[in-house]
Design a protein around this ligand. Structure first.
Ligand SMILES: [Zn+2]
Ligand SMILES: [Zn+2]
Length: 341
């Protein structure tokens, strides 16, 4: 399987800020001190030697993860990261000069031309929604494949009617967004995931409800002996409850766990009941489940890159303290990062 992170934030897209840039630049200059770097080649080698987090930010977009196995693809959530994923799935031919003049003379409807510039009306895409809080669906109005007639996009989640209502609602009026869901071009369908799960080609998906205001589904996806769990937006008030035990069983032994870790252990004191986990509480469950690789995900929009990396260090230290023989890998979900497993 191959996973790629297209959006890793929670709650709202959170573009980079000047303090973040300054923090990164300062560390790059520190690393460059005394290195000479007089030639372009030396500079290229130096840049290649830097850790990833100094070359790009952790990411601004909200939840969206792509999972592929061979030719089979699943999209997990439709946060703002979905927009960039969509641009890789359509082909766009250039706007010709004659079309440009026809458009500006008012002879043709420009919006119709914009749609006709998108090619590839043979896509069959499946989007699994954890739930329909805005940060998990807000990318869909900007999803280019949805504009192309001939494409088919199927949504899966807890309840088909509720999914359809939420998606329609965010495009329900030109006062909110100019294009309605029905006018997007692609054929859309909404489905409740059956309790026993279902196969999408070689990918088998099962779901488990997890505690979150309004509800949320955790997904476990398996293919060819490998497995991944995607668990965004959850909070167990009591980690010894039967529900938590059922959750531990659900994620048992997965190769990769992508987990909500929105708050630090300091913040959760004032945010208990908001429906999110800390990395420590999530790691406790992951350890019980024998997870092999853990990604901190659904980063709080208030957290800078420096704070997220600090939380990663503290999370690794906490795990070491709890299990000094442990082999679990712990990393930050970073926008643009892909992983084969
Ligand atoms: Zn969320
Ligand atoms: Zn939520």
């Amino acid at each position: 399987m191959r996973l790629k992170f297209w959006g890793v934030r929670g709650s709202i897209p959170s573009p980079n800020n000047p303090e973040n840039d300054r923090w990164r630049l300062k560390r790059i200059f520190e690393a460059a001190r005394g290195r000479g770097l007089d030639s372009a080649e030396e500079l290229d080698d130096f840049l290649s030697s830097l850790p990833r987090h100094l070359l790009a930010s952790v990411g601004a977009n909200t939840s969206c993860v792509e999972l592929c196995s061979g030719r089979d693809r699943l999209i997990l959530d439709a946060g703002s990261g979905l927009r960039n994923l969509g641009l890789t799935l359509v082909r766009r031919r250039p706007f010709t000069e004659s079309e440009f003049y026809l458009a500006i003379d008012g002879h043709v409807d420009l919006s119709a031309y914009q749609t006709s510039l998108l090619e590839g009306g043979d896509l069959r895409l499946n989007i699994l929604l954890s739930h329909t809080h805005w940060d998990h669906i807000q990318g869909f109005p900007f999803f280019a494949p949805a504009l192309v007639p001939g494409n088919e996009i199927a949504f899966y989640g807890r309840n088909a009617d509720q999914l359809a209502r939420a998606l329609e609602l965010q495009q329900s009026s030109p006062a909110m967004f100019p294009l309605s869901l029905a006018a997007m071009g692609a054929k859309l369908s909404f489905h409740s995931l059956p309790p026993e799960g279902r196969a999408f080609g070689s990918l088998y998906v099962r779901a488990l409800p997890v505690p979150h205001p309004g509800g949320c589904l955790a997904y476990r996806i398996s293919s060819a002996g490998k497995s991944l769990a995607y668990v965004t937006d959850y909070e167990f008030a009591d980690s010894d409850s039967p529900e938590a035990a059922e959750f531990v069983n659900f994620i048992s032994g997965v190769d990769v766990l992508i987990s909500d870790t929105q708050y630090t252990y300091m913040e959760i004191v004032s945010r208990a009941g908001w429906g999110h986990s800390t990395s420590f509480s999530a790691l406790d469950l992951a350890m019980r489940a024998g997870v092999k690789s853990f990604f901190l995900f659904h980063h709080d929009p208030q957290h800078s890159d420096a704070e997220l990396l600090d939380n990663l260090d503290k999370s690794r230290a906490y795990y070491q303290m709890m299990d000094d023989q442990g082999q679990m890998k712990i990393d930050l979900a970073v926008e643009g990062l892909s992983l084969d497993f």
